[in-house]
Ligand binder design. Structure first.
Ligand code: UDP
Length: 483
């Protein structure tokens, strides 16, 4: 199979938000480095989206990857303070459609294909109009993708709120979804973002295929459902391409930072890393309980701390600043002093990929965003699952119940405050007990299977080649027609 596609030019479209931009850049690098594809990444930006400069520090394959930040869209007249994240993202991308179209139309070399992220589904029409192949990139699980696609049926068939259903929600050929685990926009069907989400799922079938940041071994059953389950295929018939796990690289550091110096001095696998993703924030009460839980556990920790949320978690998704104003006075009195030999606090934002890959890290308390999950798995680190928003409840259930590499609190942290005693026990179980060690061993095995898949000839590698071959054949046919 030909694995070099140097004649191809692909445009990747990314919606705002770190969790969307990072996988777009990582995919771009992968296409360039492994398959010699030319890639233009188009970033939809807004005045309030997080600082892209931080992301652009991800070393890009400069010869072949070009990043174009589209002019910021202003949606202030289209949303109100309570408009939720998914609705906002859909509005942002909708507003950016003319910008996306003109950016592509103005390119010297028209892309052969568009790869749009899951919030950029409305760009299918632009791709069709401009004669490009069109693929969708869901940088998450096949299970989440199946739920998104099937939500249009659930919407027709189920009355009342999903969260009030007595039985798990059935998705053909896939593991059912517990009502409490539904994704954020399914939590309240009266919200605009529910309808936006249903429509996103409906538009998936306008694409020529879906790239998924998962791999065959991890989600074989669900991937098979997309390929073979007749009920699911009656809704979406396009091929799925499991091309993962794609994750950001660990950036090499020239100078040893205090943080890495500190980690270097800790025993192997003895530190728990605590961080809740790009937009995760906790209530004041939860922060207090977490601080006490960590202290009581007597385990070493590195914690990316952020001030307590004043509004909803949604507020933080776009507005998380990187500044940190002084001492974190929202932590319990004396906490910093008492834990100074055991723990390290990082204000607002830490070099997560680096931290997780350090040999001192033995556990990760995580919100289970899919990027974080992959970074954890590929760093041999088991998880305490602390889902907050988006599809994180699904991810947490998948990791704890299907894959067996995560512990989780008895109740969802979005429903109830997790108390210090439970946190202490979770941290001890992960870091000190046999149970935690077994999960660590399991993660190590998973990582090996994941890495095998990515290698030349592995299933994820082949999946990417198959996709690129289709684009190349189409390009050949088009050229034949033109010629
Ligand atoms: N991240 C980071 N430092 C932080 C918080 C997050 O580098 O302090 C990165 C993390 O490594 C991951 C991304 O931000 O690549 C978060 O993506 P994820 O899908 O886990 O979650 P979300 O964007 O939904 O929070």
């Amino acid at each position: 199979m030909d694995t070099s596609f140097k004649n191809l030019h692909v445009a990747i479209l990314s919606s705002p938000g770190m969790g969307h931009l990072i996988p777009a850049l990582v995919l771009a690098n992968r296409l360039a480095a492994q398959h010699s594809v030319n890639v233009t990444v188009l970033l939809v930006t807004t005045a309030v989206s997080p600082p892209e400069s931080k992301l652009l520090q991800i070393p890009l394959h400069r010869d072949l990857v070009r990043v174009v930040e589209l002019p910021p869209v202003d949606i202030s007249h289209l949303v109100v303070p309570t408009t939720q994240v998914v609705a906002q993202l859909c509005v942002m991308v909708r507003e950016a459609l003319p910008l996306i179209r003109s950016a592509i139309a103005a390119m010297d070399r028209r892309p052969d294909a568009v790869i749009a992220d899951l919030f950029c589904t409305e760009t299918a029409a632009i791709a069709a109009e401009l004669g490009m192949a069109k693929y969708l990139y869901v940088p998450s699980t096949a299970w989440f993708t199946a739920l998104t696609v099937y939500c249009q049926v659930l919407d027709r068939e189920i009355e009342g709120q999903y969260v009030d259903q007595p039985e798990p929600l059935k998705i053909p050929g896939c593991k059912p979804v517990r009502p409490e685990d539904v994704v954020e926009p399914m939590l309240d069907r009266n919200e605009l973002q529910h309808d936006e989400y249903v429509n996103l799922g409906k538009r998936y079938s306008l694409f020529d295929g879906i790239l998924l940041n998962t791999w065959e071994d991890l989600e074989h059953e669900t991937l098979q459902a997309f390929r073979e389950n007749e009920t699911l295929r009656s809704i979406i018939e396009i091929p799925v391409y499991p091309i993962g796990p794609l994750r950001r690289p660990v950036e090499p550091v020239d100078v040893k930072s205090d943080l890495l110096g500190w980690l270097d001095r800790q025993p192997n696998e003895s530190v728990i890393f605590v961080s809740f993703g790009s937009g995760g924030v906790l209530s004041a009460e939860q922060i207090t309980e977490l601080a006490w839980g960590l202290e009581l556990s007597q385990q070493r920790f590195v914690w990316v701390v952020r001030p307590p949320t004043k509004g909803s978690v949604d507020d933080a998704f776009f507005n998380l600043g990187t500044d940190f104003d002084g001492t974190p006075n929202y932590l319990p009195e004396g906490f910093i002093k008492r834990t100074q030999n055991k723990g390290l606090l990082i204000p607002m934002w830490g070099p997560q990929a680096q931290i997780l890959s350090h040999q001192a890290i033995g556990g990760f308390m995580s919100h289970c965003g899919w990027n974080s999950t992959l970074e954890s798995i590929t760093s041999d680190v088991p998880i305490i699952a602390w889902p907050l928003y988006a599809e994180q409840r699904l991810n947490a259930t998948f990791l704890a119940e299907e894959v067996g590499v995560a512990l989780r609190p008895r109740v969802l942290p979005t429903k109830e405050v997790v108390r210090r005693e439970e946190i202490e026990s979770l941290v001890r179980r992960l870091m000190e007990h046999k149970e935690g060690q077994e999960m660590r061993d399991k993660v190590k095995k998973m990582k090996i299977s994941a890495m095998e898949g990515l290698k030349n000839g592995g299933p994820s590698y082949k999946s990417m080649c198959e996709l690129l071959s289709k684009i190349a054949v189409r390009k050949g046919n088009m050229n034949g027609l033109v010629g």
